[in-house]
Design a protein around this ligand. Structure first.
Ligand SMILES: *[C@@H]1O[C@H](CO)[C@@H](O)[C@H](O)[C@H]1NC(C)=O
Ligand SMILES: *[C@@H]1O[C@H](CO)[C@@H](O)[C@H](O)[C@H]1NC(C)=O
Ligand SMILES: *[C@@H]1O[C@H](CO)[C@@H](O)[C@H](O)[C@H]1NC(C)=O
Ligand SMILES: *[C@@H]1O[C@H](CO)[C@@H](O)[C@H](O)[C@H]1NC(C)=O
Ligand SMILES: *[C@@H]1O[C@H](CO)[C@@H](O)[C@H](O)[C@H]1NC(C)=O
Ligand SMILES: *[C@@H]1O[C@H](CO)[C@@H](O)[C@H](O)[C@H]1NC(C)=O
Ligand SMILES: *[C@@H]1O[C@H](CO)[C@@H](O)[C@H](O)[C@H]1NC(C)=O
Ligand SMILES: *[C@@H]1O[C@H](CO)[C@@H](O)[C@H](O)[C@H]1NC(C)=O
Ligand SMILES: *[C@@H]1O[C@H](CO)[C@@H](O)[C@H](O)[C@H]1NC(C)=O
Length: 891
C-alpha cells in the first residue's frame, strides 16, 4: 500500500469495458397471474399502480376514494416479463449476474423458465447468478410477484402460533392494510395517519445484467478521521463475489482522491480476496492544508471532492466514483443538568440542528426517485435555512440522487432504519432478512457526507415502554427489541462502519442512558436525555409555556388543511369541497384530527359561523395560520433554550425538527408543503423562524414580556439595535418604541429585555385593563448600526386574536410589475394593520418571498417567483389577498 500526494497533470484511467453491463430497464410486459389482465405495456423501473394508470385500467389513484376502490390491486399476483437479446461476448464471461436494485417485494424470478431465485425485501439489492441459464441470442425474464397483503397475512398467522406481534392492523380511520410489520416493505404503503394505502408491487429500481471474469466494484464506502495535520480518508471497497469454484479475486485497486486538476492523493492496493463478500480496505492521508472543509447549510461551503476507485485485472477493469466532503461529526452526550447533553458538533462547532422530518417523497416508491421532486424538496429545505432532515423509519431508504443532493446542499441526514411504530418479529428468517438489508443499505449509504447518524427505529422504544399495543409480557418483547435493533442492526452496522459512525437505537430515546437501561429506558421521552417527540393537541399552541424543554426535539407539529386549489385537483364533485363533509373526513386519517384543528382555531380566532359563505375557505386558512403559529412558537421556544438550563436541569436544547416537510396526497396533514408542491403558510413561517438570527418574545406566566435574540452564526454578531414597538391595531404609527443596543456571542441565545406586560401597555397609551390588550400588540425588529435588517420582524400578541380589535385593512393588490424572468413584484396596500396577510396565485404556480405576514405598513412589496410562463395581467387576474379580518368579520 502506498499513499502520497502527487502534483502532476491528472488524466483519467482507461475506459469501461463495453460489455460488462446490459441494462434491462425499459418496456416490459405485464399480466395478472390469472391472466384476466394481460399483455399490458409496463415501464421498468416502475410499479403496478403507475402501469395500471398508464394502461387506463385504473384512473388517477390520487383522486376521490381510490384508496378504497383499488384495494384489489395489491391482492392480485402480478407478472412482469421481458425478452432481450444477449450478445456472445457477454455470455462468454465466467460470471453473469442478474441484478435487481429493488424488487417490491415478494417475487420469484425466472430466466428462460428456470427459477433463479426469490425476493422478500424491498430494501435489498438482489443479485442472481444466471450464468448457466443465459444463452446467446434471445432470452426471457419473468418476475412473478405475490400479493404483499396475502404474504403479510400468512406470516402473521404463522407468527400467531407462537405469540402475537402487534399491532395487527392500523386504526380504522386509515382505511389501511394489516400486518405491515411482518414484511420488509415501506411500512407506510399500508397507510399512515398522513397517507393512503397503496401497497405497490413491482420492479421499483434499475435492473441489469453484469458479466465479468474476476469481479466488479459494488460499493465504495468512505469515512474520515483526523490525524494531526492530515485527514485520514478510509476507503472500503466491496467487490462482487466470483462464483467460479476456488477462484480468488486478484488484481490491483487504485484509489485516487482528486484535490485539484493537477493534484491528487493515491493509494494502490494489491488485491487477493475471495468468499461471499470480498472487500479491500485502504486509506489516504490527505493534508488538511490542501482541503476545504465541508459545512452544513448556513455555516460555510459544501466543497465536495471526487474519489475514484479502479479495479484492474488484466484487460478487465471496473470503476466507481464517489464524492467526499471533509468534515467530522459527533453526537455529544456529556453530563449536564440532571442528565446528558445531546447535540451535534460538526468540525468541532456545536450546531443547533434545524429542520424537518421527511416522509417518503412519493407513496409510489418508483416516483420518489424523480430527480426534480428530490431537488425541489431540498431547495425548499435549503431556502428555509434548514441544516438537517430526518428520513423517517416508515418510508424508504431514499435514492442515490437524494443523498447526493443532500451532500451538495449541506443538509445533514438523520437516517432511520425502516422500522416504525410497531413490534417486529425476531424469528431467524426475519433477522436474516434484516441483516441483508442492513448490509446493503449501510454499504450503499454510509459514505455520504450528509449522513449524520443512523437510528435503529422510529418510536419503538417508546411504544414498548409505554405499552401502546397492550402487550402483557414486557420481557418477551424487550428481548425481541434487543435482538433486532442491538444484536442484529447495530452489530452489523458497527462491523461495516468500524464504529466510526453514529448509531442510536431509537427515536425518541435517552441516548446513552437508554443503553445503560438495557436499551429500553424507563422514560424514553425524558427531556434530560436524548431526543423527544412532542405532540399535544389539547394545549394552546401559541403559549410557549406549554412546551417541554428537551435536549433535542426530533418530532413535533400540528395538522392543517391544504388549500382549496389543491383539494380541487382531487375531488369528484364540488360538493366534496366541504370541510365538514364526508370527503375531508375520509382523507383525515388521524382520528379526531379535523375536530382538533377546529378546537385550535376556535381557541385563537372567532368560531367561524357555519353559514359564512366561505366557511371552508375560512377554516382552511385558519388551520394553516394556527399550524404556522403553533410550530413557530414551539420552534422559537426550542431555539431560545439553546443556552439555558432551568432549575430542574432541563434545557440546552440543540435541535428542532418539526413534523413534517412533505405530503404524499392531498389530505389534512402535518405537512408544510402540500402534495401538489404548494407551500402552506407554515413553510413561509419556517423560512423566518429558522433564520440564522431571530428576535422573538413571549409573555410568561408571571406576565413578563421576555424578548430574546438567538444567533446560530459562529462569530459574534456586530452590535445591533433591537426595537420593541407597541402598535394600536388602528394605526401604522407605533404608540411606543424602545430601542435596545446589544451584542450577542456566536451560537447563543440571550434574554435582551424583560418588562411587565401591564406596565408596557399602560406606558404605551393602549388604554387600561383588558381593553389595553384588545387595542395593542407588540412588534419586534432588529437592525445593525447601519440600519440593515438582521432578523425577520416578529410579534407578540398580549391576548387571543379573537379578543383583539382588528380593523378592516381593506387590502388591495395595488400593482404587479414584472422583474427578471418569471419574477414579479407585487405591491399590497392596506388601510390598517393587517394580520397574516396571505397572497394566493391560484392556477399560476410559484412561491412568494413572504406570505402570511403581519403588515404594519401602508404598502409592502412581495416578490413572486413564478413557475409558469405568465404575464402581469394574468397574474393580477389570479391573485387574491386575504387577512384574518376577511373571515372574522361576520357583519
Ligand atoms: C418473448 O418472445 C416470445 C417468442 O418470440 C413471445 O412469444 C413472447 O410473447 C415474448 N414476450 C414478451 C414479454 O415480449
Ligand atoms: C473472460 O473469460 C473468457 C472465458 O474464459 C475469455 O474468453 C474472455 O476473453 C475473458 N475476458 C476477459 C476480459 O478477460
Ligand atoms: C392473530 O391473532 C390475533 C389475536 O388472536 C387475531 O386477531 C388475528 O386475526 C390473527 N391474525 C391472523 C393472520 O391469523
Ligand atoms: C439506473 O439506470 C439508468 C440507465 O437506465 C442510469 O442512468 C441511472 O444512473 C441508474 N440509477 C442508479 C441509481 O443506478
Ligand atoms: C497518525 O499520526 C501519527 C503522528 O503523526 C503517525 O505516527 C501515524 O502513523 C498516523 N496514522 C496514520 C494511520 O497515518
Ligand atoms: C414472558 O416472556 C419471557 C421471555 O420469553 C418468559 O421467560 C416468561 O415466562 C414470560 N412470562 C409469562 C408470564 O408468560
Ligand atoms: C350565523 O349566521 C346566521 C345567519 O347569517 C345567524 O342567524 C346566526 O345567528 C349566526 N350564528 C352565530 C353563532 O353567530
Ligand atoms: C405606497 O405606495 C405609493 C404608490 O403606490 C407611494 O406613493 C407611497 O409613498 C407608498 N407609501 C409608503 C408608506 O411606502
Ligand atoms: C403551471 O404549470 C403547471 C406545471 O408546472 C401546470 O400544471 C399548470 O397547468 C400551469 N398553469 C398555468 C396557468 O399555465
Amino acid at each position: 500500500m502506498s499513499h502520497r500526494i502527487v502534483f502532476a497533470i491528472f488524466c483519467f484511467i482507461g475506459v469501461l469495458e463495453a460489455l460488462q453491463f446490459q441494462n434491462l430497464n425499459g418496456k416490459w410486459k405485464l399480466h395478472s397471474a390469472n391472466m384476466i389482465i394481460k399483455n399490458l405495456d409496463a415501464e421498468v423501473p416502475g410499479g403496478i399502480y403507475t402501469d395500471l394508470m398508464e394502461n387506463k385500467i385504473l384512473g388517477d389513484i390520487f383522486y376521490g376514494y381510490s384508496d378504497e376502490t383499488t384495494k384489489w390491486v395489491s391482492r392480485t399476483e402480478w407478472i412482469y416479463e421481458t425478452n432481450f437479446t444477449v450478445p456472445k461476448d457477454l455470455v462468454n464471461h465466467e460470471n453473469v449476474n442478474l441484478v435487481f436494485d429493488g424488487l417490491d417485494t415478494f417475487a420469484d424470478i425466472f430466466v428462460n423458465d428456470q427459477r433463479v431465485g426469490a425476493s422478500r425485501n424491498m430494501f435489498v439489492q438482489y443479485v442472481f447468478d444466471i450464468k448457466k441459464h443465459l444463452k446467446v441470442g434471445n432470452n426471457k425474464i419473468r418476475v412473478h410477484f405475490k400479493s404483499p397483503i396475502q404474504v403479510s397475512y400468512d406470516l402473521a398467522e404463522k407468527q400467531n402460533k407462537s405469540y402475537i406481534v402487534p399491532p395487527l392492523c392500523p386504526p380504522d380511520a386509515y382505511h389501511g392494510e394489516c400486518h405491515a410489520n411482518m414484511i420488509r416493505k415501506m411500512q407506510a404503503s399500508y397507510a399512515w395517519d398522513w397517507g393512503p394505502a397503496f401497497p405497490s408491487v413491482g420492479i421499483w429500481k434499475n435492473v441489469s445484467i453484469e458479466a465479468f471474469n474476476s469481479t466488479i466494484i459494488r460499493h465504495v464506502v468512505t469515512d474520515l478521521e483526523v490525524n494531526g495535520t492530515n485527514w485520514l480518508l478510509h476507503v472500503d471497497t466491496y467487490l462482487v463475489e466470483n462464483h467460479v469454484k476456488g477462484r480468488r479475486i486478484t488484481g490491483e485497486l487504485v484509489v485516487v482522491l482528486k484535490i485539484t486538476d493537477n493534484q491528487w492523493v493515491k493509494s494502490v492496493v494489491h488485491v487477493s480476496v475471495d468468499g461471499k463478500s470480498p472487500a479491500v480496505s485502504t486509506y489516504l492521508a490527505v493534508p488538511k492544508s490542501k482541503i476545504s472543509t465541508w459545512w452544513p447549510n448556513g455555516y460555510g461551503d459544501q466543497k465536495l471532492y471526487t474519489l475514484e476507485v479502479t479495479y484492474k485485472n488484466g484487460d478487465e477493469q471496473s470503476f466507481k466514483q464517489v464524492s467526499v466532503g471533509f468534515r467530522t461529526i459527533e453526537l455529544v452526550e456529556e453530563p449536564i443538568g440532571k442528565g446528558l447533553s445531546y447535540y451535534f458538533k460538526v468540525n468541532n462547532v456545536p450546531i443547533f440542528m434545524k429542520g424537518s422530518n421527511q416522509i417518503p417523497l412519493h407513496i409510489l416508491p418508483e416516483l420518489g426517485q424523480d430527480k426534480q421532486r428530490v431537488r425541489r424538496l431540498f431547495q425548499a429545505a435549503k431556502d428555509s435555512h434548514m441544516n438537517m432532515l430526518r428520513v423517517w423509519g416508515g418510508g424508504v431508504y431514499e435514492s442515490e440522487y437524494f443523498y447526493e443532493v443532500a451532500d451538495e446542499m449541506g443538509i445533514l441526514i438523520w437516517q432511520d432504519f425502516m422500522f416504525a411504530c410497531a413490534m417486529y418479529p425476531t424469528n431467524e428468517e426475519f433477522l436474516d432478512n434484516v441483516l441483508e438489508e442492513v448490509d446493503y443499505q449501510v454499504k450503499r449509504l454510509s459514505g455520504h457526507t450528509s449522513i449524520a447518524l443512523f437510528a435503529g427505529n422510529n418510536e419503538n422504544e417508546a411504544a414498548l415502554r409505554d405499552n401502546w399495543y397492550g402487550i402483557s409480557n414486557f420481557t418477551l418483547y424487550k428481548n425481541d427489541y434487543v435482538k433486532l435493533y442491538v444484536e442484529t442492526v447495530k452489530r452489523r452496522f458497527e462491523e461495516i462502519t468500524h464504529k466510526r459512525r453514529i448509531f442510536i437505537t431509537s427515536s425518541p430515546s435517552n441516548g446513552k442512558q437508554s443503553e445503560l437501561e438495557g436499551y429500553v429506558a424507563q422514560n424514553p421521552g425524558n427531556p434530560q436525555f436524548g431526543d423527544v417527540h412532542f405532540y399535544d393537541y389539547t394545549i394552546d399552541p401559541v403559549n410557549s409555556s406549554a412546551y417541554p424543554l428537551p435536549r433535542f426535539a426530533s418530532e413535533y407539529g400540528y395538522e392543517s388543511f391544504p388549500c382549496l386549489d389543491s383539494w380541487k385537483e382531487v375531488v369528484q364533485s364540488d360538493s366534496d369541497l366541504d370541510v365538514n363533509g364526508k370527503f375531508f373526513e375520509h382523507r383525515q386519517h388521524h382520528p379526531g384530527g379535523n375536530q382538533e384543528m377546529l378546537n385550535m382555531i376556535n381557541r385563537e380566532f372567532l368560531p367561524i359561523n357555519k353559514t359564512h359563505n366561505q366557511y371552508t375557505e375560512a377554516i382552511i386558512y385558519f388551520s394553516q395560520v394556527i399550524q404556522a403559529l403553533g410550530t413557530k412558537t414551539e420552534t422559537e421556544h426550542y431555539r431560545i433554550h439553546r443556552s439555558t438550563i432551568d432549575e430542574e436541569g432541563k434545557g440546552h436544547t440543540m435541535g428542532a425538527l418539526y413534523w413534517q416537510l412533505n405530503d404524499v396526497w392531498v389530505a389534512p396533514s402535518w405537512g408544510s408543503i402540500d402534495y401538489t408542491g404548494r407551500w402552506k403558510l407554515l413553510q413561509y413561517h419556517v423560512k423566518e423562524f429558522l433564520a440564522p438570527v431571530i428576535i422573538t418574545g413571549y409573555i410568561d406566566t408571571d406576565k413578563q414580556l421576555k424578548v430574546y435574540v438567538v444567533s446560530d452564526l459562529t462569530p459574534e454578531l456586530p452590535t445591533f439595535v433591537a426595537s420593541i414597538c407597541v402598535y394600536r391595531w388602528n394605526s401604522f404609527t407605533p404608540v411606543s418604541k424602545s430601542n435596545i443596543m446589544m451584542d450577542i456571542d456566536g451560537g447563543s441565545s440571550k434574554l435582551i429585555h424583560t418588562i411587565n406586560i401591564n406596565v408596557l401597555m399602560s406606558m404605551s397609551d393602549c388604554g387600561t385593563g383588558a381593553d389595553a390588550f384588545r387595542n395593542c400588540f407588540i412588534h419586534l425588529s432588529m437592525i445593525d448600526q447601519s440600519g440593515k435588517q438582521m432578523a425577520p420582524n416578529n410579534y407578540v400578541f398580549p391576548t387571543k386574536i379573537r379578543n383583539s380589535s382588528l380593523q378592516n385593512p381593506k387590502l388591495k393588490i395595488s400593482s404587479v410589475k414584472k422583474g427578471a424572468d418569471k419574477i414579479f413584484n407585487i405591491e399590497v396596500t392596506s388601510e390598517n394593520i393587517a394580520l397574516f396577510v396571505t397572497l394566493d396565485s391560484h392556477q399560476i404556480r410559484g412561491t412568494f418571498s413572504d406570505n402570511g405576514f403581519v403588515l404594519v405598513e401602508k404598502n409592502k412589496t412581495v416578490i413572486f417567483f413564478s413557475e409558469n410562463d405568465t404575464t402581469t395581467e394574468e397574474l393580477l387576474k389570479e391573485l387574491t389577498v386575504v387577512s384574518v379580518f376577511d373571515y372574522t368579520d361576520q357583519s
